[in-house]
Design a protein around this ligand. Structure first.
Ligand code: GLN
Length: 197
């Protein structure tokens, strides 16, 4: 499996390290040609406005949208914002996934937190179904999920923090910052599944 990681800004190196550990080929993506031959793409955490502006500067917006019509894309935190249809403010978005996000919904950097989540979908890659320890850093909330998008995980108060739509995945938190590789293995399964988006 060949997985690209958008390497314009943010914590792409952590995603690449996990992908290599679980046996995928990982490639940094900075230019449209780097998408050739990939089975899926991860958009890392970082700063979504910066990622969007750089993607425009490097001519990546349309190639990424076209790639997403055929392939799996996973956005973590800032990446989830960039993948969304609506962030309720003006910034470059891929506008692929039928989710509305609220940026920095939990407050400032000092309000970052960690919490155990129930994520039933991860049973596909590990039947033991232990809670998933999620790290939130100036995280967005997935305010609404529409169309064919579905909720994968919520906080105890019901607010949505992970969603999937076909081969697209959005997580408010950072699986690349933990030793638990279940979300990366889940994404590899999505990327390898048959059919288009
Ligand atoms: N606060 C950032 C944004 O709105 C996301 C933070 C992150 O990716 N950890 O883009």
């Amino acid at each position: 499996m060949k997985i690209g990681v958008l390497a314009l800004q943010g914590d792409f190196a952590e995603h690449i390290a996990i992908l290599q550990r679980i046996g995928a080929q990982a490639r940094e993506v900075r230019l449209p040609a780097h998408l050739d031959g990939l089975d899926g793409l991860i958009i890392p955490g970082g700063e979504s406005t910066t990622i969007g502006k750089l993607a425009m500067d490097f001519g990546l917006m349309e190639p990424l949208r076209a790639f997403g019509q055929e392939h799996a894309i996973w956005g973590t935190c800032a990446g989830a914002i960039f993948l969304s249809k609506d962030a309720r403010r003006q910034q470059p978005l891929l506008e692929l996934m039928d989710i509305t996000v609220e940026r920095n919904a939990f407050g400032r950097q000092v309000d970052s937190f960690e919490i155990d989540l129930e994520v039933p979908a991860l049973r596909q890659v590990d039947p033991r179904q232990n809670p998933y320890h999620a790290i939130f850093i100036r995280a967005p909330l997935i305010e609404s999920v529409s169309g064919s998008a579905e909720v994968l995980a919520s906080l105890p108060d019901g607010r949505v923090v992970a969603a999937r739509q076909g081969k697209w995945l959005a997580t408010s938190f950072h699986p690349e910052l933990t030793a638990d590789d279940r979300f990366h293995r889940y994404f590899l399964a999505l990327a390898g599944s048959n059919g288009k988006q």
